[in-house]
Write a protein of this length. Structure first.
Lengths: 276, 469, 268
């Protein structure tokens, strides 16, 4: 599993112009501490797992969701150095996989590969990131629809500050046979600094007629209309940007049911108790 | 013409990427410097052009093919070489033209004389009367519209051509740009002086003396400050070339406050490899409007690129790609925001049918200096059956916080309700689907002059029936 | 703000703004990128008064409301706006809010990621300069929501996200009650509301007026909201111009008999 030297990770399912630099990411993970987890939900079983991922981790999580089962995986990447992560999932008929990920910094290469093999299986992803100076994130998500009437909903929201560099590659792949499948992906990126670099690569691959696929991305500043509305209630522009940045992360944090974890996250974000 | 090379303004780093296109294969083509020299001799090239061709050949031989996109394995390079060796003479006999091509001409109602020309047989079709009227109007306005080869020899234009030719698409850009640089032949030169607005669209169809084959033709259009031009390239009738390769190049220079509308309907015959490069450089408050309908060819690589190089420059791209049986069409657009307050808008549709593969590939790059820029991309794909493919591969690379970039893509099928509604009003299912698809393609048809829109709709009708050659 | 305030307008000319005038609009021309929408509109609203601006769809009513609030969509190409003696024509919207102007939007926008409660608490802090204790704020919010017969759960829902048209309007009035501005501009507040909702919204407006001695400018083309309000003045807007002004009875005449009479008369 661990190969020495630099490897190509996060390979884009359909490569594009090389000059854009998004076809793959390179990383030497030989120095990392690996951790492999297998989360298996039996038929009709429900499982929720939460991981706090640290520096120098090469984390690999494999999810097996049997028929009618439900697996929720929450990962918080509290990294200052480097980390690599891979989440793979295989969903059987009516299997459901909910993924919540929060990236709070560091230099992270992360891949998510979900195989919606079973009929009516579902994948729900809520991913948030708040990156600042020297942070890097290369995220490669693939929702592979094989089964009939499968469904994926992917929401990625984040804030880039300082000279952060972020590449998000999100692929919805409708294989032939995924009749009646639906895939929807949305990314929202708020850019707070002059130096931040954002790359967004939303792919839709399709080999089946009866599908509904959509993806949307909105990148840049806060929408003018939102600014006006909030200003009309007295909130000045700088504060608006701050509120909207917080709200992007909040939307992902809201999906984490664990109070302790939420507190820890808010602490990391410098938002203490609101009850003064 | 006092033109200073505008290309000096372009950030050279934009072109550095060409050196990274090096992960594919070489193609040993057997095109030798002797062949190039012979071409140059025949055309009586000025020295600089002759050197340029030879340099391009050298670049061609050391450049690899890209490692992404449809395979061009089937490209018969020997055939091309033979063709080039024959100095672009068209030796096709009407009898050799494939039957399905002939049938399409019939169905599209093309007159016999035109058919021969389109099939590469005999002399270029010259619609005498209409053409001469067009020529007069154009000349009166001060617009120069001539064939590029003669223009190079004309002292009036030689300098301006030399300072612009393949500066926007250099031979180093990619392998087939290099090939083009070496063997290019024929094509148009259009120059629109300051503040001149040409109301009638210029059509590449009617050209002075069409020397050489259309497949390596070079189009160079320069619009001075405040000018306006609508240029239409191609037509819906299928163009057939035995050699099977179209490696054309289009370079558009849009001056300050000028507007250029560049419309294309491409319907290359189904044996063709269409490896075309189109690029526009837009200055302050200038505007480029691309309208593009891609219907034919076996394999296409087509991504018109717009470089927004001056404050307030704008690019609009409206396109439709229809990939039918045996086709692998890789099309899209690239937009580089390289100045403040620039804006871009892309609206593309693609249709896949009968096993065709359509790939939408795009790049929107907003550089650090593109403060206050906006970009909106909207792409929609329609799958007409279960045996075809449609891939959407867009990339946004954003480097300033002061911008608004939005992107939306959708894929789906023809709705049953829509078909039911139309059939309940008496249309056959086939007619209903064709109508829906024509409606789907209206983003492009409404931007074209009426005759072209009608032709495009007829073409869609034929494609839907599956009866195109 | 001091009551005896005389303002000198720019470029050497002197104008007296009556101390009781809260809002004064002088010869306002407003345009968007494509065209001019308001052609020299003048009107003034006195303190504690209730005015109504009426006109057909497209007359420019919303443009007027949004321009007073400072919307970036519209550009003032001529004229001035004075609020409480101050020239606010070039102030940004948040500064106008702090000065005491509130606009209840015709189509309130949805802002996911921030709850109604969180948003209002922040807005209140900006407008008053003080951050209210969470507990106190929640009490205040609950009381206002009860008055407006809004379910408590709305407080923790994302701002306007998924709210029906009527609920959005109520949420706007809720904001009005919490922020207690000097001037409330209500843009088509009753459109889309059923009979009961209109009653509740009226209650809210009445409550606002009682609690703050607020000044109200209602923008509408047909309003059930007006019944039961004491109207001080009616302004009729047509094609971007004020074509007629009158007291409260004018508004009711229009509600009964329509605009035609006034529009043709005024357009000489």
């Amino acid at each position: 599993m661990i190969i020495m030297g630099k490897q190509k990770l996060n390979i884009l399912p359909v490569p594009t112009y090389n000059w854009l630099g998004v076809n793959y990411a390179e990383r030497d993970i030989s120095e990392y501490e690996t951790a492999a987890e297998v989360i298996s939900a039996a038929e009709n079983e429900e499982k929720t797992c939460l991981f706090w991922v640290d520096d120098n981790a090469a984390s690999e999580v494999s999810i097996q969701a049997s028929e009618n089962s439900y697996v929720k995986l929450v990962q918080v990447f509290d990294v200052k150095g480097q980390a690599v992560s891979k989440v793979s999932a295989e969903l059987a008929d009516n299997g459901r996989f909910e993924l919540v990920q929060l990236y709070l910094g560091g230099d992270v290469v992360s891949e998510i590969d979900v195989k919606l093999d079973g009929r009516k299986s579902k994948f729900d992803a809520s991913i948030g990131y708040k990156l600042g100076d020297s942070d890097k994130l290369d995220l490669n998500l693939i929702a592979d629809h094989k089964g009939r009437k499968t469904e994926s909903v992917i929401a990625v929201k984040g804030v880039l500050d300082g000279d952060a560099v972020k590449t998000f590659k999100g692929t919805i792949d409708f294989k032939n046979g995924a009749v009646g499948a639906k895939g929807a992906e949305q990314e929202e990126v708020l850019l707070l600094s002059e130096q931040a670099v954002n790359k967004t690569v939303p792919l839709i691959l399709c080999a089946e007629e009866d599908v509904e696929g959509s993806h949307g991305a909105s990148i840049g500043r806060v929408d003018e209309k939102h600014i006006f509305y909030m200003q009309s209630r007295g909130i000045p522009e700088e504060k608006i940007t701050e509120l909207m940045a917080q709200s992007k992360i909040a939307q992902v944090v809201n999906k984490i049911d664990n109070e302790q974890t939420v507190k820890r996250i808010l602490g990391r974000l410098g938002r203490g108790d609101d009850n003064e | 013409m006092k033109e200073k090379t505008q290309v000096a303004d372009i950030d050279r780093s934009l072109y550095d990427f060409r050196y990274e296109e090096n992960e594919g294969d070489f193609l040993d083509s057997g095109i030798t410097p002797e062949i190039i020299k012979a071409i140059s001799d025949e055309k009586n090239d000025p020295d600089w052009m002759r050197e340029f061709r030879l340099k391009s050949l050298e670049i061609y031989s050391r450049t690899k093919m890209v490692n992404w996109g449809p395979s061009i394995e089937g490209l018969d390079v020997d055939n091309i070489v033979t063709y080039i060796r024959q100095k672009n003479r068209m030796n096709t006999d009407w009898n050799n033209v494939p039957d399905d091509i002939k049938e399409t001409f019939e169905k599209l109602g093309i007159p016999q004389a035109e058919r021969e020309s389109l099939a590469g047989v005999g002399a270029q079709y010259d619609s005498e009367l209409v053409y001469h009227n067009v020529r007069r109007e154009v000349a009166e306005s001060g617009v120069i519209y001539t064939d590029l080869e003669s223009a190079i020899h004309d002292p009036k234009y030689a300098e301006i051509i030399k300072s612009h030719f393949m500066k926007l698409v250099p031979p180093t850009d990619h392998k087939f740009a290099a090939l083009h640089g070496a063997v290019w032949s024929g094509g148009s030169f259009v120059y629109v002086p300051k503040n001149v607005h040409l109301d009638i669209p210029l059509q590449s169809y009617f050209r002075l003396n069409a020397k050489g084959a259309g497949q390596f033709e070079h189009t160079l259009i320069i619009l001075e400050e405040g000018a306006y031009l609508h240029f239409i390239e191609g037509c819906s009738a299928p163009k057939y070339y035995e050699a099977g390769l179209h490696a054309g190049c289009v370079e558009l220079y849009v001056g300050k406050g000028a507007t250029l509308r560049y419309s294309t309907i491409e319907n290359w015959s189904k044996n063709m490899y269409n490896l075309n490069t189109k690029r526009a450089l837009v200055q302050e408050n200038g505007r480029i409007e691309w309208v593009s309908g891609s219907f034919g060819s076996h394999v296409s690589y087509l991504y018109p690129m717009s470089i927004l190089n001056g404050r307030g420059a704008r690019a609009e791209f409206t396109g439709i790609t229809f990939a039918g049986e045996g086709q692998n069409l890789d099309t899209g657009a690239k937009i580089i925001h390289n100045a403040p307050e620039t804006s871009s808008y892309m609206n593309t549709k693609s249709i896949s049918k009968s096993g065709g593969i359509s790939t939408f590939r795009s790049a929107v790059v907003v550089k650090e200096n593109a403060v206050g820029s906006k970009s909106a991309v909207n792409c929609e794909s329609l799958m007409l059956d279960r045996i075809s493919r449609s891939d959407t591969v867009p990339v946004m690379d954003i480097r300033t916080k002061h911008c608004d970039v939005g992107h939306e893509a959708k894929i789906g099928r023809i709705s049953d309700e829509a078909v039911f509604y139309l059939t309940s009003r008496g249309l056959s299912e086939e007619e209903a689907k064709a109508m829906i698809v024509r409606g789907f393609a209206d983003n492009v048809s409404k931007e074209l002059p009426l005759e072209y829109a009608v032709e495009m709709n007829n073409l869609i009708g034929l494609e839907m029936k599956g009866s195109i050659g | 703000m001091p009551y005896n305030t005389f303002i000198k307008a720019a470029a050497g000319s002197e104008r007296k703004i009556k101390m009781s005038e809260l809002l004064k609009i002088e010869n306002l021309t407003v345009s968007t990128e494509d065209k001019e929408l308001l052609h020299g509109v003048s009107l003034s609203v006195g303190k504690v008064e209730t005015h109504v601006v009426m006109g057909h769809n497209g007359a420019g009513k919303s443009t007027l409301g949004c321009t007073i609030m400072g919307s970036p969509e519209y550009t003032v190409t001529g004229g001035k706006i004075y609020f409480d003696g101050e020239d606010i024509t070039s102030l940004s919207a948040d500064k106008r809010a702090k000065a005491g102007i509130f606009l209840s939007f015709q189509n309130p926008i949805e802002i996911p990621g921030i709850t109604l409660s969180e948003f209002l608490r922040n807005a209140l802090e900006q407008v008053t300069g003080k951050r209210m204790k969470l507990w106190d704020f929640k009490k205040k919010l609950a009381a206002a929501m009860e008055l407006l017969e809004m379910d408590k759960s709305y407080a923790d829902r994302d701002l306007n996200v998924g709210f029906s048209g009527g609920e959005k309007k109520k949420a706007e009035i809720l904001q009005l009650l919490i922020l207690a501005p000097k001037l409330a501009i209500l843009d088509e507040t009753d459109s889309g509301l059923d009979v009961d909702a209109v009653k509740t919204v009226s209650k809210g407006i009445e409550e606002y007026r009682k609690a703050t001695d607020g000044t109200i400018l209602i923008i509408t083309h047909n309003s059930k909201l007006l019944e039961g309000l004491k109207l001080d003045k009616t302004h009729v807007l047509a094609d971007g111009r004020i074509v007629r002004e009158g007291d409260g009875t004018l508004a009711f005449d229009i509600l009964e008999n329509g605009f035609e009479k006034y529009i043709t008369e005024g357009n000489i």
